[in-house]
Design a protein around this ligand. Structure first.
Ligand SMILES: [Zn+2]
Length: 166
């Protein structure tokens, strides 16, 4: 019972209910969590769409970065489950709803990077959270492209951008 409460408290630390912490390492500047998902298995094959008729097909550790915590950078090694479909024979990874799997960061870190990049250099943003500069630049470029579609770009709010990034 007590153990259960402790587990719950530790998992609340991340405030990401889709993840379950297995292990944690801490250095002077970084936290590294080993996690797996706490989600039900997929209901459909993500390749052919048929109702799940799947075999488990190994797990692979993938690193994702998250918001800093206690002034330390945070990374998750996700033990990500892979499945193989018995119908189409294709393999695919389980979904990670809290992650941007293309950029290897959490969705909430994307929001943070977008805001931070308006005020700081890409290198400094990257250094704050542990990702490389290119990731920050890509996320920022995606963000600007999105804003260009949504709003008129030449509004006073955006005039400051060039000063930081050119
Ligand atoms: Zn399939």
């Amino acid at each position: 019972m007590l153990q259960k409460q402790n587990d719950k408290m530790i998992n609340n630390m991340l405030n990401l209910p889709s993840l379950k912490i297995i292990d944690m390492h801490e250095s002077e500047s970084d936290y590294r969590f080993l996690v797996e998902t706490a989600l039900p298995p997929p209901t459909h094959c993500s390749k052919c769409g048929t109702i799940a008729n799947l075999n488990k097909h190994g797990k692979k550790k993938q690193l994702f970065f998250d918001l800093s915590m206690h002034a330390k950078r945070v990374g998750f090694y996700v033990k990500r489950q892979r499945y193989k479909c018995r119908e189409c024979n294709e393999a695919f990874f389980e979904n990670l709803p809290d992650m941007d799997v293309n950029r290897s960061v959490t969705n909430r870190l994307i929001d943070w990077i977008q805001e931070a990049s308006l005020e700081k250099t890409f290198t400094s943003v990257a250094d704050d959270i542990g990702v490389d500069e290119k990731t920050v630049r890509n996320i920022f470029n995606d963000y600007v492209a999105e804003l260009e579609v949504q709003t008129e770009f030449r509004t006073p709010k955006w005039l400051g951008l060039d000063e930081v990034h050119l």
